[in-house]
Design a protein around this ligand. Structure first.
Ligand code: MGD
Ligand code: MGD
Ligand code: MO
Length: 697
């Protein structure tokens, strides 16, 4: 038996959790928590499941070349020589005929570590290739990333908090955050459980009674999807009418609150945003809204942790603006045990080298949600380029982007598509060349956490299976064929890069780090915008006013949307009266593991539906249902669930699409029902609060 430190490097708030792989006879037998992580830094079942993924029977172990129709899944095995030769030739040809932007960079975060991060690797490769078309924003936090710079200036990237500060919170408000399942940080789970044990109030605002609500909430406020902004405005109404806002704090730290106050109180002739007004929209009773607002005002400090879900809805920009506003109105911004109300993951990780990706300039923005539109419409449709090839690394965007039918059409249209993958995902099925990538346990690297002031390290635990190779080596070989290997590798092997990163790091003892797998930076209790909170004159934000722009003239000028956050009513279509939410599964990272038997077994996929909604549609537990809207349809069994509010149905994201004979999905792939339209003005994805109807199949 031998043990080595590892981390999973998945696209998750717990991407760098300290883990230990136990090996026997050269095989990884088990992955468990690394004791060096102590009481708080702990992994989850997805990390512990890594050996099942590593040794999965359907793992890709040889390069594949397509021989059937795109999507048919018919491939033949090929040598690396042939597969790389073909890829380099095709990319070179397309660049010569149409220019480098004819290649679409479709990288995602399959791996998020310092060297083998799939996003930075593909960007570096394609930028040296001549600059491919790259998307902007993100599926995760696109609307928040769009709006927060207007509100907080450049300091929006320094506005998170370390989870250890949760020990000082009197109240923790998880607003659309299901942190026990959809992890937003390695340390948050344990800190939350501890906060519950010491008697802190824990409020969960979520249309379903999630595991986080069940296990930790002292208060569950069931709110209809996409209506958080209405609820937040009503909370402000209570705080204002009961004189519970912190006027001096607001005056010192923000501009424009008076404009918002007039809007909330209805002083400009518009409706007042009272709890009764909000009740109609969000379904939370007005008395409950009043009780919650009073408790929030009384609890000091109160931490508001917005999930990313509340901005992945129609007008998702507004809920993030209001979350920050609430934390200012209650004087909680920048306080230890409080929070800024903005993205929790925005504090820097400890200093360590990372792979530089040369920037290309002058590309018109392409919001990620619109990638298939860009392929299908090209320049004529106002997109940056006419796309002829797709390069996908570390993502399964055909399945994970909105509107799968459109994504399939986009993949069918291009002249050439290539991916690096561990599994034959729906995206891989539509590629011409599929290159087998090494697994996280097969690569040495440094883990960069989404949140938390620590780093993790893993050696290569086992060599790559079969003919799989790490992405870095694949790119080196392709760069060689395309004539820019020296620039790509800078003469370094993967191991030399890791050593180089360490030399540029703040880690004092490299040997100890390599041995234990964990480096903890000295300050474990950072509070985002604490300096600004204490002395806004000495530590101003980079906004025009130096303060938080609750009313932002620039926002109005540049987007045409109101300067203050407002309620934007989502469109309603009586044909599709149910609101679909598509949250993360605790068993999977997005679509990863969809093909693995143990995960299919554990995470039996179903459409969760309230018994009354099911009864009116003559549906019983286990019946197969058709879920549909104007965009598409999917089929899957129904599971009756009283933990959801009536009118809301829930289908976890990430299950791989499987098209039946009739061209309809039979697997319950959520993105058959979502669109590429996006929020406004941020053009970020809408994955919750999607209008659908359900019927018996
Ligand atoms: N297990 C697991 N953890 C993950 C991931 C994963 O794939 N698997 N992915 C990671 C990634 S990339 C990201 S971006 C984050 C995403 O993290 P989030 O976006 O926060 O996760 P979701 O699961 O979409 O939603 C969280 C909760 O919000 C609720 N919800 C949905 N719509 C609404 C709404 O309109 N209002 C309110 N109040 N609640 C709503 C859902 O029921 C759910 O319980 O998670 C990360 N963590
Ligand atoms: N309906 C709905 N759709 C959603 C969401 C939602 O809430 N609802 N959430 C959205 C969010 S927040 C996100 S972040 C996206 C995620 O979208 P994706 O990034 O497309 O999701 P994954 O399924 O994690 O895809 C990662 C792929 O990388 C592969 N991989 C893993 N490790 C490596 C590696 O080392 N090298 C290579 N080459 N490949 C590797 C995995 O096998 C997997 O197929 O999905 C979005 N889609
Ligand atoms: Mo994400």
């Amino acid at each position: 038996m031998q043990s080595v430190p590892v981390f999973c490097g998945k696209d998750c708030g717990g991407n760098a959790c300290p883990l230990i792989a136990t090996l026997e006879n050269g095989r990884v037998r088990r992955v468990s928590n690394n004791p060096v992580g102590g009481k708080y830094l702990k992994g989850c079942r997805r990390g512990f499941d890594m050996p099942l993924e590593l040794y999965a029977p359907d793992r890709l172990l040889k390069p594949l070349l397509r021989i059937g129709e795109r999507g048919s899944g018919e491939f033949r095995e090929a040598s690396w020589e042939e597969a790389l030769g073909l890829t380099a030739d095709k990319l070179g040809e397309i660049r010569a005929r149409f220019g480098a932007p004819a290649v679409l960079n479709l990288a995602s975060a399959g791996s998020t570590s310092a060297l083998h991060g799939t996003g930075p690797l593909l960007r570096r490769f394609l930028n040296l290739f001549g600059g491919a078309t790259m998307w902007t924003g993100s599926y995760s936090t696109g609307a928040a990333q769009f709006v927060l710079p207007y509100l907080l200036g450049d300091q929006w990237t320094a506005a998170g908090f370390d989870a250890a500060t949760m020990q000082y919170s009197g109240m923790i408000i998880l607003w659309g955050a299901n942190v026990l399942e959809a992890r937003l940080g390695t340390e948050i789970n344990q800190r939350l459980v501890e906060a519950k044990q010491r008697g802190a109030q824990i409020v969960v605002i979520d249309p379903r009674r999630s595991q986080t609500a069940k296990q930790t909430a002292t208060w569950w406020l069931p709110c209809r999807p996409g209506t958080d902004a209405a609820l937040m405005l009503a909370v402000l109404h209570v705080l204002l009418t009961e004189d519970q806002v912190d006027r001096p704090f607001i005056a010192a730290h923000s501009v424009g609150f008076d404009q918002l106050e007039r809007y909330v109180l209805g002083l400009d002739g518009d409706e007042a945003r009272t709890p009764r007004w909000a009740e109609e929209l969000c379904g939370v009773q007005s008395e409950e809204i009043i009780r919650f607002s009073r408790a929030y005002a009384a609890a000091k400090p109160a931490m508001l942790l917005p999930g990313y879900s509340i901005q992945r809805v129609f007008a998702g920009e507004e809920s993030y603006r209001l979350a920050v506003t609430l934390q200012i109105a209650t004087g909680n911004l920048g306080q230890r045990g409080g929070s800024t109300g903005s993205l929790n993951d925005s504090l820097p990780a400890p200093r360590v080298g990372t792979l530089p990706a040369p920037r290309i300039s002058n590309q018109p923005p392409l919001p990620v949600v619109r990638w298939p539109d860009a392929v299908l419409e090209g320049r004529a449709g106002g997109y940056p380029a006419d796309i002829h090839a797709i390069y996908s690394v570390g993502g399964n965007y055909l399945n994970q982007g909105g509107d799968i039918a459109k994504n399939i059409a986009a993949f069918k249209k291009v002249d050439f598509a290539v991916c690096h993958e561990l599994f034959l995902t729906p995206t891989a099925r539509y590629c011409d060349v599929v290159l087998p990538a090494a697994h996280a346990l097969e690569k040495e690297d440094i883990g960069l956490p989404w949140t938390g002031n620590f780093l993790t390290y893993k050696p290569q635990a086992v060599p790559p299976q079969g003919e799989a190779r790490c992405d870095y080596d694949i790119f080196c070989d392709l760069a060689e064929r395309l004539g820019f290997e020296p620039e790509f590798s800078e003469g370094r092997s993967a191991a030399a890069w890791v050593q180089h990163f360490l030399e540029r790091s703040e880690v004092p003892d490299h040997d100890a780090f390599r041995r234990t797998g964990v480096y903890l930076a000295p300050d474990q209790e950072r509070v985002g915008l604490a300096d600004f909170a204490v002395d806004p004159a000495r530590h101003p934000l980079s906004t025009p006013s130096g303060r938080v722009e609750i009313a932002c003239e620039r926002y109005q000028r540049e987007t045409g949307f109101p300067a203050i956050p407002t309620w934007q009513a989502p469109p309603q279509d009586p044909r599709y009266p149910l609101l679909l939410i598509t949250p993360k599964s605790p068993h999977r990272t997005h679509s990863q593991g969809s093909s693995l038997p143990h995960i299919r077994h554990r995470a039996a996929h179903a459409l969760e539906m309230h018994p009354t909604d099911a009864a009116t549609r003559d549906l019983g537990d286990g019946d197969r249902a058709r879920v549909y809207n104007a965009l598409g349809a999917t089929r899957l069994p129904v599971r009756l669930c009283a933990d959801l509010i009536p009118g809301v149905v829930c289908m976890p994201e990430g299950v791989w699409v499987e098209l039946g004979e009739d061209g309809l999905d039979t697997a319950g792939a959520a993105n058959m029902l979502t669109s590429t339209q996006g929020t406004a003005p941020g053009r970020a994805c809408i994955m919750h609060g999607v209008s659908v109807e359900v019927s018996r199949e």
